[in-house]
Design a protein around this ligand. Structure first.
Ligand code: GA4
Length: 357
């Protein structure tokens, strides 16, 4: 594992942290070990040399940019988000808001083709082809990572977790996000922005009383939350904005520290979701993260949420439970979990509802 340059302390609530980087071109066993460690320690890592063709990624990003450049009245034809579709500023159904517009799609080919007619009326086939190929590659990458996790955890069935996502009835989603620039203006990167980006390895952001989101005067793009699914694969352009909450030093119940994640358009950022936390009986942590609008360049991200089928039953894997590690969560179906998640606010710790008493 390569650890990106350490982040020196700027404030007492900022601690040094590098995002773990896993090179998927190295020996599989070694990569698997590193992925397991990253999921235990951070619930978050970045993968490089992942094998998803740069062209496919660029085509997907171009489709997202074309969609968000449409007049609002056109974009609204792909909405409202119920929960799938086009949304702007409103997130979920319980009053969460953010400086973001987005398109949420189901990741199965039939749903993509149907939605494409409303999203890209001039050439739906082009849109569904770009999205379909991207989703296929993202699912393969997610399954490879989950299989490696199965090997690294020495599961009897190493493909058990990946199987949930590979299932043809998997409820996986694709989310396209567009965060405006903080000056609301053009695409050009200012000197200040360049400095901030270059310095992103040298300054942490902190969650301190009374501060905004990241000390840079940024606004919330997408508020803090954990992802409910198994794992998430996020890719973005080179505009910053993603932050992860690193656990307080030595665990405990301190409030943790927000750590900015420098963008890397050539990489995928992977986070552990609630379902993976439950399957591993809390050994892996579903990382809290958020997006802030602090960049002078609009941020575009494409996020694949790898999920089980609605009827899949989730409970801690038997290998993850032992007398000294009792079962933390009661069993639930993904459908039940989704119902709970849509009844709650974004920042809610929904997995707590399924904690075994
Ligand atoms: C967070 C992760 C994904 O973006 C998402 C979000 C979903 C939505 O935007 O519709 C939720 C949020 C996310 C969790 C709690 C509920 C549902 C908004 C919200 C307030 C698509 C998902 O699966 O869960």
């Amino acid at each position: 594992m390569v650890v990106a340059s350490p982040t020196p302390v700027r404030h007492e609530r900022v601690r040094t942290l590098g995002v773990p980087v896993v090179d998927l071109s190295q020996k599989r066993g070694r990569a698997a070990e590193l992925i397991v460690r990253a999921c235990e320690e951070f619930g978050f890592f970045k993968v490089i040399n992942h094998g998803v063709p740069a062209e496919m990624v660029a085509t997907m990003e171009a489709e997202a940019a074309t969609f968000f450049a449409l007049p609002t009245s056109e974009k609204q034809k792909a909405g409202p988000p119920s929960p799938l579709g086009y949304g702007s500023k409103n997130i979920g159904f319980n009053g969460d808001t953010g400086e973001v517009e987005y398109l949420l799609l189901h990741a199965n080919p039939v749903a993509i083709a149907q939605r494409a007619r409303a999203v890209c009326r001039r050439d739906p086939a082009r849109f569904s082809c770009a999205v379909g190929e991207y989703v296929g590659a993202a699912r393969e990458l997610a399954c490879t990572i989950l299989e490696m996790l199965g090997e690294g955890l020495h599961l009897r069935n190493t493909g058990a977790i990946a199987g949930l996502v590979r299932d043809t009835e998997s409820d996986s989603l694709l989310r396209l996000n567009h965060y405006p620039s903080c000056d609301g203006g053009d695409d050009k990167e200012s000197e200040e922005e360049k400095e901030n980006r270059d310095a992103s390895n040298h300054h942490g952001c902190c969650r301190r009383k009374g501060s905004g989101v990241g000390g840079g005067g940024g606004r919330v793009g997408f508020g803090e939350h954990t992802d409910p699914q198994v794992i998430t694969l996020l890719r973005s352009n080179d505009a910053p904005g993603l932050q992860v909450l690193s656990p307080p030093d030595g665990g405990g119940d301190g409030c943790g520290v927000w750590v900015p994640v420098p963008p890397d358009p050539a990489a995928f950022f992977v986070n552990v979701g609630d379902v993976l936390q439950a399957l591993t009986n809390g050994r892996f942590v579903s990382v809290r993260h958020r997006a802030v609008v602090s960049s002078f360049k609009p941020r575009l991200s494409v996020v694949y949420f790898a999920a089980p089928p609605l009827h899949a039953r989730i409970s801690p894997l038997s290998e993850m439970v032992a007398p000294q590690r009792p079962c933390l969560y009661r069993s639930f179906t993904w459908g039940e979990y989704k119902k709970a998640m849509y009844s709650l606010r974004l920042a809610h710790n929904r997995l707590e509802l399924f904690r075994q008493h």
